[in-house]
Design a protein around this ligand. Structure first.
Ligand code: KIV
Length: 254
């Protein structure tokens, strides 16, 4: 998969399925399952590293996990997240995007719309495919206070439409719409040349993404409301561990 090919899937066939992976075995598993877009997301801060939110994730964390995922050599497009404060200027954005590409990412993602347009333009001008992320921005959780749906009022809707138009103008191939009011997600999907990948943004997006540990039911602290399937693999894994413990027999020493 390439960014250009992914973009060409807009309006063609079934929804694009995207999931997160943070290491070699999970990337292999998702790739073998046929997932076309795998994101090494900074959600790894919460679901792998035990941080309270994504603002503590560093470039070194991202490089380490992207390297591990890239060793699986997936057929899927491997996208890496630029972490908090790693893209404050166009120069920093390009330098850090290049680091993620050197680690094995084939495209990068950063959070924001019009306010980071110079950074996005610089990354694309450097030849690195870029995936946008608008709506609820987890890297802004400290200012926002909580994870809430965006675009429910006129001002919120207008801001999202303006951000989507700015990203389209910059030439992004895809945009994550996180916790966007479904009617606005639908409007952005209909108007935009890029593929929209929703998370908690209703069904009318070109594709959907989930944090894979939420899909599996193995996220350590909570599972968001928008995750429909609840297979509780954590419960099954716990049962396997307990079954194994129960199967152990004392050593016969004499
Ligand atoms: O970091 C991440 O996993 C993400 C997805 C939730 C889109 O940005």
């Amino acid at each position: 998969m390439t960014a250009a090919r992914l973009r060409s899937l807009k309006g063609q066939g079934p929804p694009i399925a995207a999931l997160t992976a943070y290491d070699y075995p999970l990337t292999k598993l998702l790739d073998r399952a046929g997932v076309p877009l795998i994101l090494v997301g900074d959600s790894l801060g919460m679901v792998v590293l035990g941080y309270p939110d994504t603002t503590l994730v560093t470039m070194a964390d991202m490089e380490h996990h992207i390297r591990a995922a890239a060793r699986a050599r997936p057929r899927a497009l491997l996208v890496g997240d630029l972490p908090y404060r790693s893209y404050e200027t166009p120069e920093a954005a390009v330098a850090n995007a290049r680091r993620l590409v050197a680690a094995g990412a084939e495209a990068v993602k950063a959070e924001g719309g019009g306010e980071i347009l110079p950074q996005i333009r610089a990354i694309i001008a450097a030849g690195i495919p870029f995936m946008g992320h608008i709506g609820m921005l987890p890297q802004h959780i400290l200012e926002e206070g909580k994870y809430r749906v965006k675009g429910k009022d006129d001002a919120g809707r207008a801001k999202l439409l303006a951000d989507a138009a700015a990203l389209a103008g910059a030439g992004v191939f895809a945009v994550v719409l996180e916790l966007v009011a479904p009617s606005v997600a639908r409007e952005i999907t209909a108007r935009s040349p890029f593929v929209t990948i929703g998370i908690g943004a209703g069904p009318d997006c070109d594709g959907q993404i989930l944090v894979t540990t939420d899909l599996f039911g193995t996220s350590p602290d909570f599972i968001p409301k928008h995750v429909a399937l609840r297979p509780d693999l954590a419960g099954k894994m716990r049962a396997v561990v307990q079954e194994w413990i129960a199967s152990l027999t004392p050593p016969t020493l004499s």
